[in-house]
Ligand binder design. Structure first.
Ligand code: NAD
Ligand code: TYD
Length: 336
């Protein structure tokens, strides 16, 4: 493992992973392959600008010839696939995009990995593939996949393809299923950065339904460490859950954001619920812990660090909250 193609490396988790890997492995060469959708931003990689270990290729994972060219040009031996359409709400508005990128795009990457006999293909997946999990159950890796949104169904479809390439062609694959990440460079359409940036500007925080849905919010660098460990110590063909194992209700998360920022509770605004909203995700992460991983941040520490980052980096998020974003916001929240 020396030459890594990190697809989606200009997005939220991908860019945090790139920074983490550049620092930890000075001998690795990292090529970010990213088409730069609205969620992909070169600013996310600005801290690594000029680093000779890092290259950038603008390309679509669905464009198999472009993927081939990048793999050949940079003598790639490992693909780590972060590239995806990642927002559940957008997947409800436009399901075609998740099928195209998350399913067809993953297939194109797998095909090139097979042709070029790469050392490893690692798929970044999500706890959402398990579907809604009633308390007190927790999902373990062998549980059936019961995705319920277009987004989670497309991620489950991608996983099935990855596993099929392992069984059928012997492609050396691994997968991780992460819970909700929070931290720097998170596009402010997702709940935590949206609530935080709205609260800073005294704009209401739109809580879907009763706000009692539970998510396991983990700090993004903890997730990156888990991926790193699976890349280096995970067994081929295996999947690993990555999360804190502690769930928080959205309404409690929103209260905490307001408290950290010293903003009034009157900013909380219950709005019409998301269609098909999964009530709870909960992971059992003992398989990854057995490899030596543990989460470094509690939910409170992760949230505090995240909110502070947004307070200190208005120059990153303010330009995003204009133009296309405002159009999206109107469409998503206008009639709620
Ligand atoms: P993000 O939306 O912030 O970034 C996605 C990146 O992929 C962007 O840079 C975008 O430009 C790129 N991309 C999209 N379509 C592409 C295409 N066709 N070709 C090339 N690049 C393309 O997403 P994120 O939150 O960083 O999520 C990264 C991965 O982690 C995804 O696979 C997601 O399913 C998974 N995941 C996310 C979370 C979470 O909480 N955010 C949790 C678990 C798993
Ligand atoms: P989100 O960040 O979109 O992640 P996911 O749907 O992939 O878990 O949403 C996190 C939780 O917050 C989810 O239960 C939906 C809820 N939510 C709101 O209540 N209001 C919002 O405006 C958004 C975007 C999400």
């Amino acid at each position: 493992m020396q030459n890594l193609l990190v697809t989606g490396g200009a997005g939220f988790i991908g860019s945090n992973f790139v920074h983490y890997m550049l620092e930890k492995y000075p001998a690795y060469r990292i090529v970010v392959y990213d088409v730069l959708t609205y969620a992909g931003r070169m600013e996310n990689l600005a801290l690594a600008q000029g680093n000779p270990q890092l290259s950038f290729v603008r390309g679509d994972i669905c464009d198999i010839d472009a993927v081939r060219a990048a793999v050949d040009t940079y003598q790639i031996d490992t693909i780590i696939n972060f590239a995806a359409e990642t927002h559940v709400d957008r997947s409800i508005l436009a399901p075609d995009a998740v099928v195209r990128t998350n399913v067809n795009g993953t297939w194109a990457l797998l095909e090139v990995a097979r042709e070029r006999q790469l050392e490893r293909f690692h798929q970044i997946s999500t706890d959402e593939v398990y579907g809604a999990i009633p308390a007190p159950q927790r999902s373990t890796e062998g549980d059936p996949l019961e995705p319920r949104s277009p987004y989670s169904a497309s991620k489950a479809g991608a996983e099935h393809l990855v596993y099929a390439y392992f069984i059928t062609y012997g492609l050396p694959v691994t997968m991780t299923r992460g819970s909700n990440n929070i931290g720097p460079f998170h596009y402010p359409e997702k709940a935590v950065p949206l609530f935080t940036t709205n609260a800073i500007d005294d704009i209401p925080l739109p809580i879907y339904g009763d706000g009692l849905q539970m998510r396991d919010y983990q700090f993004v660098l903890d997730h990156c460490e888990g991926i790193d460990l699976v890349l280096h110590k995970g067994a081929l063909g295996e999947t690993y859950n990555v999360g804190t194992g502690v769930e928080t209700a959205n309404i409690d998360m929103a209260h905490k954001i307001l408290r950290i920022l010293g903003k009034p509770e009157s900013l909380l605004q219950h709005v019409t619920d998301r269609a098909g909203h999964d009530r709870r995700y909960a992971l059992d992460c003992s398989k990854l812990r057995a490899l030596g991983w543990s989460s470094r941040h509690s939910f409170d520490q992760a949230l505090e660090r995240t909110v502070r980052w947004y307070v200190e980096h208005e120059g990153w998020w303010r330009p995003i909250k204009s133009g296309e974003y405002l159009e999206y916001y109107k469409q998503q929240y206008g009639a709620r």
